[in-house]
Design a protein around this ligand. Structure first.
Ligand SMILES: *Cc1c(COP(=O)(O)O)cnc(C)c1O
Length: 396
């Protein structure tokens, strides 16, 4: 019999849990989109977005999901036929590259597998070999949500500088913004792309690009073919509607405004990063204990390569789709599916999203529920996972 009669808990890696405050902020009549409070509210949103991204560059907001954000970022700095180097450590690195290919961009993919971050040494070698500097943009994903690999972006910048290569560094932070430490300007990132429905705790529908002077200079020479994705009218808008290429996404802006106040003004971005790290370490501690007696492990062996926003769990021997099903049907805990593209058998992977609006009772409740599922399905697992997780929370 199902025991699930409380509020369901969705720990898929996006859309993430939406705070009640964000939902309530959206519950309003339509505003005036030509004058009045919405204009100042949008300016405040832009300012807080820059704090979250740690940049003095230009933010642009698009009514879109992350896939559109990819197209927005690429179309402003690349033309068909131009060269781009795409680093991949999972499905989303490849997805970014495939979007570029479909736009006619000449893409070279450097595939670093699915369990470690990219190797800056190899990136440096490839850049050094590009003596004519044909590569115009290097794309990377900070947290690849399929594998839960987190990449070392400052090391990537260092590799580009060591090779004295002028390409733009473009980073997908769709899963990691508002979860994982990210300092756009200090780290030398030229273009960053994000979405609202993961670390930013807002219902899906907004994508963001952020870019610096160097990317702006490149974009001014690009022959742009898409008026919608063009960031120029958005960042240099004369009229309010130009910021959105048309009608603003009024209620998503209301929600985002509330979420950004929670992140930037109330909790503070440093605390947000710290909280995600502590909660991720609690999850890893539990998985390590479960794994001692058998069937489960984190997909990414090295902690330094792990995302603090999502954890991909692998079993060589047991069906994790069944475990997910038990958690969902019996207990109301919804976990993330395994993306088969990164593993021969998607039933041997599942993902725990731990991004955004999450606290220890949610986290420890989820781990206890998974523990119960392991017992119910006779999946071998070490004892004491919950104690290990609570000890991490106690120290955090
Ligand atoms: C979710 C995600 C995307 C895709 O975003 P959509 O909103 O689903 O289009 C791209 N990259 C990363 C790293 C993601 O986590």
């Amino acid at each position: 019999m199902s025991l699930s009669r409380g509020r369901d808990l969705f720990l898929t890696p996006g859309p993430s849990v939406i705070p009640d405050r964000v939902l309530n902020a959206m519950h309003k009549a339509a505003p005036n989109i030509y004058e009045g409070p919405l204009l100042a509210q949008t300016d405040a949103i832009m300012a807080r977005l820059k704090t979250v991204a740690q940049t003095d560059g230009w933010p642009a907001i698009y009514i879109s999901n992350g896939h559109g954000g990819w197209e927005a970022s690429l179309s402003n700095v690349l033309e068909p036929g131009q060269k781009m180097l795409a680093l991949a450590t999972g499905r989303f690195g490849h997805g970014f590259a495939e979007t570029a290919q479909k736009m006619g961009i000449d893409v070279e993919i450097l595939d670093f597998g699915t369990t470690t971050g990219f190797d800056p040494q190899r990136v440096e070698e490839v850049l050094r070999a590009d003596v004519n500097h044909e590569i115009r943009v290097l794309t990377s994903v900070q947290t690849d949500t399929s594998t839960s690999v987190n990449n070392d972006i400052p090391a990537l910048r260092a590799a580009m500088d060591a090779a004295r290569h002028p390409a733009l560094l473009m980073v997908d932070c769709i899963a990691s913004l508002g979860c994982e430490r990210f300092e756009m300007d200090a780290w030398g990132v030229d273009v960053m792309v994000a979405g609202c429905q993961k670390g930013l705790m807002t219902p899906p529908g907004l994508a963001f690009t952020f870019h610096n002077e160097k990317a702006q200079a490149v974009s001014e020479k690009v022959n742009k073919t898409s008026p919608y994705w063009d960031w120029e009218p958005r960042v240099k808008a004369q009229m309010f509607y130009q910021k959105f290429g048309g009608t603003p996404p009024t209620h998503l802006l209301f929600g985002l405004d509330e979420a950004l106040k929670m992140i930037v003004d109330e909790e503070g971005i440093e605390n947000v990063w710290h909280r995600h790290r502590v909660q991720a370490e609690a999850i890893w501690a539990a998985i390590d204990v479960w794994g001692k007696a058998g069937a489960l492990r984190c997909n990414v062996p090295e902690r330094a390569d792990r995302s603090t926003a999502v954890t991909t769990v692998v079993s060589e021997t047991h069906d994790l789709t069944a475990l997910r099903g038990w958690c969902q049907d019996k207990a109301g805990l919804v976990l993330g599916i395994g993306l088969g593209a990164i593993w021969p058998d998607p039933d041997r992977i599942m993902r725990i999203g731990h991004m955004g609006h999450m606290n220890p009772p949610m986290l420890l409740g989820a781990l206890a529920t998974i523990d119960a599922g392991l017992k119910a399905l006779d999946i071998p697992h070490g004892a004491g996972a919950l104690e290990a997780a609570s000890a991490v929370i106690a120290a955090g």
